[in-house]
Design a protein around this ligand. Structure first.
Ligand code: FAD
Ligand code: EPU
Length: 336
């Protein structure tokens, strides 16, 4: 038995049968994928609710190579590298483009899985292609951006290639002609000022530190639910009923709501169930005070979903990956 507590940032006191660390991608060819397994990076978007009856395979290969092309830099990164230190390393080299995504925890290999995003930029905007191991063909293949089918917190790795593809290397494309992206809420203060990429990164890190708990100090998994996408009709109805409700256009007939706002307005900020609490500075974040259990967490998830549904007629789906005894839970807690 191997403890998983320090291997996922929500830090529930659970175990797996076996842990395999992959430090070279070729190792994947000798693993038996017929037995239950879970692919893990740094566990910042995965919560192990119970002891997992299988093998956890942790991607821990390393290496970053930067090559200069005519109009852009190409950054080739092994899946096991940590995302944020890579962002800082590139900024130190004078290469911008990832500053809005500073301080996002986790590995580079997990970044395409939910198409990480923050402050108006998402992975898809800086992505070129990736390589990974396809479990069915037992071969390494390369996928370009369109094959990854990136969406809001979504990609082909959560859909058609779910459980069948292990990302081993990601290649990013960053234009040499740097342009700041300052449209997202609190970054608008910087519009019209002479800023460089490092200064934008500093501002992003400052905002994030003021809202989001540092997993090293307070166990959490970032935003627990996705921001719900609803019909324009429902969004209009909610705007009429609740002054100041944040809504963001998605398409002609869809709008996105802020789950944190809904949870706060449902009166659940700081709500506690056992050792699990709704974070007081950001209601979309759940924290484990160190005594939390998988049962407490499931009760909290269901309570939040039911309360928000009853008050706003909006269904919340978890953003984090919830892993039970036999693998990932799906429809059990996922409404819609
Ligand atoms: P893990 O949790 O280890 O894995 C996540 C999922 O990806 C699992 O399903 C796993 O099986 C799969 N996976 C992991 N590696 C691979 C691989 N190599 N190949 C195939 N599948 C793989 N996310 C955002 O988008 N924006 C944010 O602003 C943001 N802020 C956060 C803030 C905090 C404080 C925390 C704790 C999390 C935040 N997150 C955010 C979520 C998290 O940082 C990202 O989802 C990150 O990409 C997870 O990386 P990881 O290595 O920890 O993934
Ligand atoms: N809000 C509240 N109360 C709260 C929380 C938020 O009223 O308790 C309101 C805010 O005032 C704002 C709106 O909701 O009007 C949006 O809040 P915020 O800017 O903090 O962002 P978010 O929608 O809660 C999303 C991502 C984050 C990402 C930030 C910044 C999702 C699920 N979450 O959060 O990603 O860092 O935007 O771009 O899309 C993550 O995925 O783990 C994550 C942290």
């Amino acid at each position: 038995m191997q403890s998983l507590q320090s291997l996922h940032t929500f830090a529930l006191p659970t175990h797996c049968q076996k842990l395999v660390r992959v430090t070279a991608s070729e190792q994947l060819q000798s693993i038996d994928f017929n037995a239950p397994f879970f692919i893990l990076g740094e566990g910042s978007n995965s919560v192990f609710l119970n002891d997992f009856e299988g093998t956890v395979i942790q991607l821990a290969n390393r290496g970053i190579t930067v090559s200069e092309q005519d109009s852009h830099y190409q950054i080739r990164v092994a899946a096991g590298e940590s995302w944020h230190p890579m962002v800082l390393k590139l900024l130190d080299m004078g290469i911008g483009g990832l500053e809005n995504l500073a301080l996002i925890p986790g590995t580079v290999g997990a970044a395409p899985v939910q198409n990480i995003g923050a402050y108006g930029v998402e992975l898809a905007d800086v992505f070129s292609h990736l390589t990974g191991y396809h479990l069915e063909t037992q071969s390494f293949i390369t996928l370009d951006k369109s094959a990854c089918e990136f969406g809001y917190r979504d990609s082909v790795f959560k859909q058609a290639l779910y459980g069948r593809f292990i990302i081993t290397e990601v290649v990013l494309k960053l234009p040499k002609q740097w342009r700041p992206v300052l449209d997202y809420g609190p970054l608008r203060d910087l519009i019209g000022r002479e800023v460089n990429a490092q200064q934008v990164a500093n501002r992003v890190m400052q905002i994030r530190r003021s809202k989001l708990p540092d997993p090293a100090q307070c166990a959490n998994a970032g935003s627990f639910f996705k921001n719900p996408v609803v019909s324009r009709a429902l969004a209009s109805e909610l705007r009429a009923r609740y002054e100041g409700i944040p809504t963001y256009p998605v398409s002609d007939n869809k709008e996105k709501l802020a789950a944190g706002w809904l949870i706060e307005r449902a009166g659940l900020k700081s709500h506690r169930i056992g050792g699990i609490r709704v974070y007081d500075k950001q209601a979309l974040v759940l924290v484990n005070d160190g005594q939390g259990t998988g049962r407490d967490l499931l009760t909290m998830i269901e309570h939040i979903q039911a309360t928000v549904l009853a008050k706003f007629a909006v269904e919340l789906s978890p953003e984090v990956r919830l892993i039970g005894r036999n693998g990932e839970l799906s429809k059990g807690v996922e409404h819609g």
